[in-house]
Design a protein around this ligand. Structure first.
Ligand code: ZN
Length: 491
């Protein structure tokens, strides 16, 4: 018997409405009138400003909410997002996708193309197409510049104050309590703000979202299906509609409208997506971690008899293997994962889970060889590179680890952990100046500017007689000091 643990979606009703997010018209009641939305694209905000606000927005969300740190989950959502962006009118614009570890069923689009998707929404979706439909809707909010029309609505305020307010309001899509606290902290705390999603904005996002779906070879009917899922969830878990749902409901007419429109698109035969199911499994396990003793759900070996599809049955086996790993039952984990890898050598999530289990069992050399093969098939995936490099370092293959890290950095990878691992490799090779330099870069990327300065100073001190290094470090210090100055001016 397979027990699907019923999840506690505390804020489901609120988030149903919030699914229709990303297009908050921000206005102060009374003092600022709703404007006549004209074409404001690019007039009020330069691309550089937009990039900066996007980054700030992301840092803000990162500070207030729990973001997913699992590279495999990140790569999945990012690649699905970028695939959809290719089907949009802004295929060249920068977009960033990330998962918020929150059970509320929600997604939101912030400035600079930053799109957040809650774990609760991914778990609630029934197939990849449904998840894609929400993401396409959010991408549409960005391509139609709904946020900047809202920005224009509040142009009497200074730019940073407006953006801080927008960020705080968007936090409401993650969790209402967080947003309230954040709003009080912003300069706009003394003004009564309200989020108002115009129906036009929402319907436009639905319409454009369907075009994006179709051009990305997903059936637009998925959007209608997910609307229905949300409505049912609202009915099941809701305890009276919150304020926002009363003013901006997911109306039957909106659903009917979407359904009629979807019928005009060709049908696509979407296959069951194994990677999607496995990512959901990972998120489900993280969610269960907070709930003691529920993770010991045992998978029946007759899983194929319980009406699961092929991919769902594989996902159940994967889940069981991950549970074995988490509970230190290496032997069972290894046996299950070896079978899965044998059956599906192309599925890298099985391969990486097997390599991790080998490490856990103390078979580091075996793990290194598994990762090496995985790396060769997908050299740009940090979810493979990072644990691979760590295994190499643990296995005293420092030079190889360093070379792989350098290669990734040359190819433009900017993950802070990459720089930390590189510092570790240099440190092992007793090259202290380089170690401090890359540790400095690690802190820099994390926005920890003072710590970055400390490390770079140490690097400069250690590199005294190395002219080349001294120059590089001096240049980096100059850059960071400029950023520190810029921050002070803004605050
Ligand atoms: Zn929306």
């Amino acid at each position: 018997m397979i027990t699907r643990v019923k999840r506690d979606f505390r804020v489901v009703t609120l988030s149903v409405l919030l699914f229709c997010s990303g297009s908050p018209s921000v206005y102060a009641q009374g003092s600022i009138n709703l404007p006549d939305f004209g074409d404001s694209s690019g007039r009020l905000i330069t691309p550089e400003e937009e990039r900066k606000f996007g980054k700030r927005f992301y840092e803000f969300i990162n500070e207030k909410a729990t973001l997913n740190k699992d590279l495999e989950v990140h790569e999945y959502i990012e690649s699905l997002g970028q695939h959809l962006v290719k089907g949009s009118d802004l295929s060249q614009a920068p977009f960033h996708f990330f998962v918020v570890m929150d059970p509320a069923i929600n997604a939101f689009a912030g400035p600079g193309g930053y799109i957040g998707i809650n774990a609760g929404l991914i778990l609630k979706s029934n197939r990849e197409g449904e998840l894609a439909s929400v993401m396409a809707h959010e991408i549409a909010h960005v391509t139609q510049r709904h946020l900047y029309r809202a920005y224009e609505a509040s142009k009497q305020l200074s730019v940073p104050a407006t953006m801080a307010t927008i960020a705080s309001l968007l936090l409401g899509f993650v969790s209402p309590e967080l947003a309230q606290a954040a709003l009080i902290a912003t300069q706009a705390g003394n003004i009564q703000y309200q989020i108002n999603f115009t129906r036009d904005n929402e319907q436009e996002a639905d319409r454009v979202g369907m075009q994006i779906l179709s051009q990305s070879e997903y059936d637009p009917r998925n959007m209608v299906a997910f609307f229905e899922t949300l409505q049912n969830a609202s009915r099941l878990y809701g305890s009276g509609p919150p304020e926002f749902l009363r003013t901006h409901p997911l109306t039957t007419s909106r659903i009917a409208d979407a359904a009629a429109r979807a019928e005009k698109f060709p049908r696509y035969n979407e296959k069951d997506n194994l990677t999607y199911e496995l990512i959901k499994t990972k998120l489900e396990l993280v969610e269960q971690e907070d709930k003691p003793r529920q993770s010991s759900v045992v998978v029946d070996s007759d899983a194929h008899n319980t009406g699961l599809t092929g991919v769902q049955s594989l996902a159940e086996q994967y889940k069981q293997a991950l549970i074995y790993s988490k509970t230190d039952q290496s032997r069972q984990a290894l046996s299950l994962l070896r079978t899965l890898v044998q059956q599906h050598p192309e599925q890298l999530l099985f391969t990486t889970a097997l390599a991790s289990a080998e490490v856990q069992a103390g078979n580091i050399t075996k793990a290194v060889s598994i990762w090496k093969k995985a790396y060769q098939s997908a050299p740009l995936r940090l979810s493979i590179l990072m644990p691979y490099v760590q295994a190499l370092l643990d296995n005293q293959q420092t030079a190889e680890a360093r070379e792989l890290l350098q290669h990734a950095i040359w190819n433009g990878a900017r993950l802070p952990a990459l720089y930390k691992a590189l510092a570790q490799a240099y440190y092992k090779q007793n090259q202290k100046a380089q170690a401090h330099r890359y540790l400095g870069e690690y802190h820099h990327l994390r926005g920890e500017l003072e710590e970055a300065v400390t490390q770079l100073r140490l690097a400069a001190k250690t590199a005294q007689d190395n002219f080349y290094m001294t120059e590089i470090v001096a240049e980096q210090l100059k850059q960071i000091r400029k950023e520190i100055k810029g921050r002070k001016e803004e605050s």
